[in-house]
Ligand binder design. Sequence first.
Ligand code: NAD
Ligand code: IPM
Ligand code: MN
Length: 356
Amino acid sequence: MSRQIVVLGGDGIGPEVTAAAVTVLRSVDRRFHLDLQFAEHAFGGAAIDAHQEPLPATTLAACQQADAILLGAVGGPKWANVPVAIRPEAGLLALRQALGLYANVRPLKVHEALLDASPLKRERIEGTDLVVVRELTGGIYFGRKAREGGAAIDECRYTVAEIERVTRQAARLARTRRSRLCSVDKANVLETSRLWRETVTRIMAAEFPDVAIEHLLVDAMAMYLVSRPRDFDVIVTENLFGDVLTDEAAAIAGSLGVMPSSSSGDHGPALYEPIHGSAPDIAGQGVANPMGTILSAAMMLRHSFAQEEAADAIEGAVAKAIAEGFLTRDLGGRCSTAEVTAKVVSLLEAHVKAAA
Ligand code: NAD
Ligand code: IPM
Ligand code: MN
């Protein structure tokens, strides 16, 4: 049974980091016989250049038929002035919505060897192990947008059903971990946040009495995340707050370049992508950190293909590469993307041989 993976490199460093992750996946495939098949498709600014739209119908159809999707990143200064409706970022939002990918899981685990790569004090961040579950297909990202006279409008809307389903995903994930959930909102000001808090409270009491729940306001959370990150297990929050808090969380990990994610819905293929963007400032130099995308590929093997052992092998190889100092510039190292990738592949092969 072959497994079809659609690869959307996108723009900037996107194709560099997806190529690295595909190299790692091919190596794992040789050892674990996963029968992975890869098909690349145009997406983002690259698709605007070739087809005048960021999410061509052929790309969307390929994604809908895939078993899983690996995405790099989209966007960049080249497309800053194209009409908003067909900007690279609009293609990404359209893809998430078309596939119903409402739960975006962004784990953060601090690696011992990266404690000094973080701008934060090591004694504050050591041992941090949390996951942010970001609602991905609702909220202010998808509300009505308009210009009226001299004003601009971005509507923020959440339905009870949208809040319930992402809460359930986050609470189920908490059950597999330390059974603690922290819901983040701005219920002291926003009506959508009051509905969010009410709904989370009701679902947790009725369906997850075994999971401890706390509610925090997003401004306080922005501070707690860097002052006491170890206190959190699973964090669930709306689309925009989750976007901002996870880039903040990347400072704890040492770099945006190491943060992976998965996005899934109730049906159909899930999508895996690093949380960073196309990094136009370093694109084309061969120095992008591929670890976030490689770790996203590990999440794919675990969640889409139930290949726990292969996923563990990738994560173990990345951890070892970090411990041995094979780091790109963003982490204070001197390695290129290709050198880090080759190291991960060689550690994977050594690991599999040792286990055989
Ligand atoms: P960014 O994440 O691209 O870059 C922020 C900083 O982090 C830059 O200094 C960059 O060099 C660094 N960085 C990011 N990833 C890295 C990696 N793998 N290795 C080393 N350094 C890395 O954010 P930005 O500059 O604000 O946005 C650039 C473009 O990317 C924009 O068009 C934005 O819309 C887009 N974007 C896309 C996605 C996505 O496709 N999912 C996510 C975020 C931003
Ligand atoms: C991310 C990005 C996207 C988002 C942008 C590019 C639309 O920042 O994936 O985190 O805000 O969701
Ligand atoms: Mn973001």
